[in-house]
Design a protein. Structure first.
Length: 363
């Protein structure tokens, strides 16, 4: 596909969740890869842009289709650092260069979106997936932490894993999140052997797909498995008690001793069975708290059709047809101000905008 197409905001079914750590987007009720529902080179927008009630979380370019419910994006540079879980999305063919251009995507401004750093410390005690209470090593009192501040947790000995949340409450050496802590996860595979429900020890190896995603560093991700992580395959979801490095049959391996026996047997598979290791947060993980974003401006690239040009005539949003960068903000006297820049002048734009571009496309 060229650097842009002629379709904007093609409405899509289902909702999506973003894994910032491995650049995957997992859908629920989605049909990725079908006509109009996302193709390699398209841009995916998360949430509802420009004042939508569910909030807007940025956009990214699709680089691979893993199936009807899975895609891979190029980067998270154009996304908010906050958790993106179960949100609506739209597919567009807008100019790719605008995804990480701060003039047209406010989430590409990096640390500016985080506000001031209020606290940087480590976690003192594991936090389960879905947990809301985090105990910190350093005192939280006196740091000026407030409800709505952004929480960023980083861990991982090889590949950094990031988790995000918002402050709901704060006490001495404790932060309560507004929502349950999301999990990070990575894919591995068993060694191919069969495991019955009478065992609690399983051998795992690096998954080929994982190695490719991580640049081909064989076995590198195995070092990231830690006690306290959760071993999942089929209906199994069991805590990991110990992790023992080994070389078995010439392959780098981790021997996992689980907290209990398997609840579902794992069949023998010469290629190995896919295992997902999930994590909440662990003792020693870095935690940072940033002030909530205070910017009130909204910016977006929109496709303006011929009908949209006519609908916006004689309004603050009047513009030509094509791909147009729009920024709105409120001045010191409370007046709406609109900046417009035609990035690609062209006819034939087809838009699924709701509402269509008109006298106030952001309403």
């Amino acid at each position: 596909m060229s650097l842009w197409g002629n379709n904007d905001n093609k409405l899509s079914d289902g909702t999506v969740t973003v894994n910032h750590a491995n650049l995957t987007v997992i859908g629920s009720g989605t049909t990725f890869g079908s006509v109009g529902c996302g193709a390699t080179g398209d841009i995916i927008r998360f949430g509802q842009p420009l004042g939508g009630p569910s909030g807007y979380f940025g956009e990214a370019t699709i680089v691979a289709i893993g199936g009807t419910q899975s895609i891979v994006i190029d980067s998270i540079a154009g996304l908010t650092p906050k958790d993106i879980t179960g949100v609506n999305y739209q597919i567009t063919q807008s100019p790719k260069s605008t995804v990480t251009d701060a003039a047209f995507n406010k989430f590409s401004r990096g640390d500016a979106q985080k506000g001031d750093l209020k606290l940087a410390t480590t976690i003192n005690g594991n936090v389960a997936i879905g947990g809301t209470e985090i105990t910190t090593t350093a005192a939280t009192t006196g740091a000026g932490i407030a409800v709505g501040d952004l929480v960023v947790i980083e861990h991982g000995t090889v590949i950094p894993r990031l988790q995000f949340g918002e402050v709901f409450a704060v006490a001495t050496n404790k932060i309560t999140l507004n929502n349950g802590l999301p999990s990070t996860h990575s894919a591995y595979k068993t060694d191919g052997a069969a495991y019955t429900t009478s065992v609690s020890v399983v051998n795992v190896e690096e998954a080929p797909a994982r190695a490719i995603l991580d640049g081909g560093a064989a076995g590198a991700h195995l070092a990231d498995i830690q006690p306290g992580d959760t071993f999942t395959i089929g209906t199994n979801s069991i805590g990991i008690g110990t992790v023992t490095p080994a070389v078995i049959g010439g392959k780098d391996t981790r021997i996992l001793t689980l907290d209990s026996n398997l609840t579902q047997a794992i069949d023998a598979n010469a290629l190995g069975s896919t295992v997902i290791i999930k994590r909440g947060a662990i003792t020693g993980s870095v935690i940072e708290v940033f002030g909530a974003e205070v910017s009130t401006d909204e910016t977006q690239v929109v496709g303006v059709s011929t009908a949209g040009v006519g609908a916006a005539t004689s309004t603050a949003f009047e513009t030509g047809a094509g791909w147009v960068g729009i920024t709105t903000y409120t001045d010191n006297e409370g007046n709406l101000r609109v900046k417009k820049e035609v990035l690609v002048a062209m006819s034939g734009i087809q838009t699924g905008n709701t509402p269509i571009y008109d006298g106030n496309p952001f309403a």
